[in-house]
Design a protein around this ligand. Structure first.
Ligand SMILES: Nc1ncnc2c1ncn2[C@@H]1O[C@H](COP(=O)(O)OP(=O)(O)OP(=O)(O)O)[C@@H](O)[C@H]1O
Length: 211
């Protein structure tokens, strides 16, 4: 059952001192914007959710996804999608082969090719499957990285300054693409950003850490 993402009295400490604490529910399709000064623990909070918290940290509380406690689950079992500012495509693989990494194993080759073609179509890049990623613009790379992540069928989406490397037009386009997909699929989203315009575009609640 899609119930969203809950940070249930989460507190992250390092050397006995609290770095960041949050107690929030993010509903399916909702975008929670997380803002705050550099070093306040925004990326650390995301690493707790993905299961990649650095060993220097400890945490209390629970992370619930669709009602299940995933706090101790292996990162690959969590089905959390994350996008970073500079999401790298594998440079030695074609655009299509990059997208194939998002697909779960199995299915016929024809079925996989169809899913990849549909994904490219969805981002206005039909016919790009054989292209070398080095020949893409920054905006095109960002869209391929988004689709690679969505093809893995995540149940929640995290954005870590995902739009800050793009120019203004591309940023608008990418925001729309991400927020529309999240809404259509009922994915809860946590977006870390320095840019108030990101939060405004998302239109959801905003939490400011360390403020
Ligand atoms: N692997 C690590 N081991 C120990 N301390 C770390 C580690 N990663 C980050 N920190 C520290 O934890 C604190 C929070 O860092 P974090 O990267 O989460 O901040 P942030 O809010 O995302 O900052 P920014 O906006 O600059 O990206 C900082 O004091 C940072 O130096």
């Amino acid at each position: 059952m899609a119930d969203g993402l809950t940070l249930d009295r989460v507190s992250i400490t390092r050397a006995g001192r609290e770095v960041v604490a949050l107690d929030r529910h993010v509903a399916p399709g909702e975008v929670l914007s997380v803002m705050g000064p550099s070093g306040v623990g925004k990326s650390t909070l995301l690493s707790l959710i993905t299961g990649t918290l650095a060993p220097a940290f400890r945490f209390d509380g629970r992370v619930l996804l669709d009602g299940a406690d995933i706090s101790r689950a292996a990162p690959e079992a969590r089905r959390i999608g994350i996008l970073f500012q500079d999401d790298l495509l594998f440079p030695h693989l074609s655009v299509g082969a990059n997208l194939a990494f998002g697909l779960s194993p199995g299915g016929s080759a024809a079925e996989r090719r169809r899913k990849i073609a549909e994904a490219l179509e969805e981002i206005g890049m039909a016919g790009f499957a054989e292209r070398d990623p080095a020949t893409l613009s920054g905006g095109q790379k960002a869209r391929v990285a988004l689709m690679r992540m969505l093809l893995s069928e995540p149940r929640a989406l995290l954005l870590d300054e995902a739009f800050s490397g793009l120019d203004a037009d591309r940023r608008d386009q990418m925001r729309r693409l991400v927020f529309d997909r999240a809404r259509d699929r009922g994915l809860p989203v946590i977006m870390v950003t320095h840019d108030k315009a990101d939060a405004d575009a998302a239109g959801g609640p905003v939490v400011t850490l360390g403020g």
